[in-house]
Design a binder for this molecule. Structure first.
Ligand SMILES: [Zn+2]
Ligand SMILES: [Zn+2]
Length: 353
């Protein structure tokens, strides 16, 4: 079955398989709409259709397959990070790049028994998912499901880029280009790391107040940026520049903001085919680094419980990151707002949430 991206079609009924060995079935309470869902649905990154997207979720385990160390009734964050824990990459702490057990048949089929894609290994724009047990992490009962869902992607991607990928030191100067759902979590991560100044940048001034609330020392539009970075760093320029947007203009502006001994950290995901230009002489002469950061280089069983503790201690904001909640029936509206960039995190909630 071949479909065009953007085409609206109805496939009923969809069947979800039982949890197999090593898998869990989770009844979802909340799933956030991430910009990656929009990019995939719009065909920016290729892929097969039809598929169900959604990958930033929280819910309750309702079935466990064989050889699974979780129990029915546990509340869990559901992520897209499926890992074996044993391969070369997992042993290096790079579960996000696990080379084993990644792909398997989708648990979703249509009425004729044909496979329907499990988008981002999760397919969480649905009442239930069947995922590998490595993709879920139990969490404390005191967290609202809507807030917990954000821990699956946006929060770990942003905070992890600072704490895991870049390992920002206290007192470092940080520029964050883009204050979307991920960029604001880069700001939170920079604050947790003790960075200063933390300069948040977004053309939408409506996002500046929240950036300050989350720990930015300054929030500005791109036009004001170069002079401010020069002034605040005494001419040294930034120690870290996080590119937390897929916008090519942000990527292009990063090198002129970065000082000697700095790192440019690429967090945002531009459409396939976008390229950037860097001056290798400057990189070598100024001892600069370019770091890619996928999902904050997160080890979810380690990082999500740590973030839960930070949230319960009042050090990490989750609740205020939720822009609006929607029933599943209004998912197209929820996705349109994310597409336009007017929403931080729209969250789909289910009846018994
Ligand atoms: Zn995501
Ligand atoms: Zn692995």
């Amino acid at each position: 079955m071949s479909r065009a991206f953007g085409e609206r079609l109805t496939i009923e009924p969809l069947t979800l398989a039982d949890a197999g060995p090593g898998e869990v079935r989770v009844a979802l309470a909340a799933v956030a709409v991430c910009h990656s869902d929009v990019s995939y649905a719009d065909g920016e990154w290729g892929g097969e259709l039809p598929a169900v997207w959604g990958h930033e979720a929280a819910g309750t385990i309702v079935e466990v397959g064989a050889d699974v160390g979780f129990a029915v009734g546990q509340r869990v964050v559901v992520t897209l990070i499926r890992s074996c824990g044993e391969c070369h990459r997992c042993q290096r702490g790079a579960e996000i790049a696990c080379t084993a057990s990644l792909d398997r048949a989708s648990p979703l089929t249509d009425a004729d028994g044909r496979e329907v894609g499990q988008g981002l290994r999760t397919a969480a724009f649905a009442e239930q998912v069947v995922v590998d047990a490595s993709q879920v992490v139990p969490f404390d009962d005191e967290i609202p499901m809507t807030s917990a869902s954000l821990l699956a992607c946006g929060v770990i991607t942003g905070v992890g880029a600072v704490l895991n990928t870049a390992k920002v030191e206290p007192g470092s100067s940080v520029v964050v280009l883009g204050c979307g759902g991920v960029g604001l979590n880069v700001v939170q991560g920079a604050a947790l790391a003790g960075a200063s100044p933390i300069i948040a940048v977004d053309p939408q001034e409506s996002k500046h107040d929240l950036a300050i609330h989350l720990g930015a020392t300054h929030a500005v539009s791109p036009a004001d940026l170069q002079a401010l970075v020069t002034e605040l760093t005494g001419g040294l320029l930034a120690d870290y520049v996080f590119v937390a947007t897929g916008a090519p203009t942000a990527l292009a502006s990063a090198p002129v903001l970065a000082g000697a001994m700095s790192a440019i950290v690429i967090v945002g995901m531009p459409p396939t085919g976008v390229t950037g230009q860097f001056d290798p002489g400057s990189l070598a002469g100024e001892n600069q680094r370019i770091l890619g950061s996928k999902m904050g280089t997160s080890v979810i069983a380690r990082d999500i419980p740590a973030l839960v503790t930070r949230y319960l201690d009042g050090e990490l904001e989750l609740d205020d990151l939720v822009s609006r909640t929607f029933p599943l029936e209004q998912i197209n509206e929820a996705m349109d707002e994310v597409r336009k960039g007017t929403a931080l995190r729209n969250v789909i909630v289910f009846d018994d949430a």
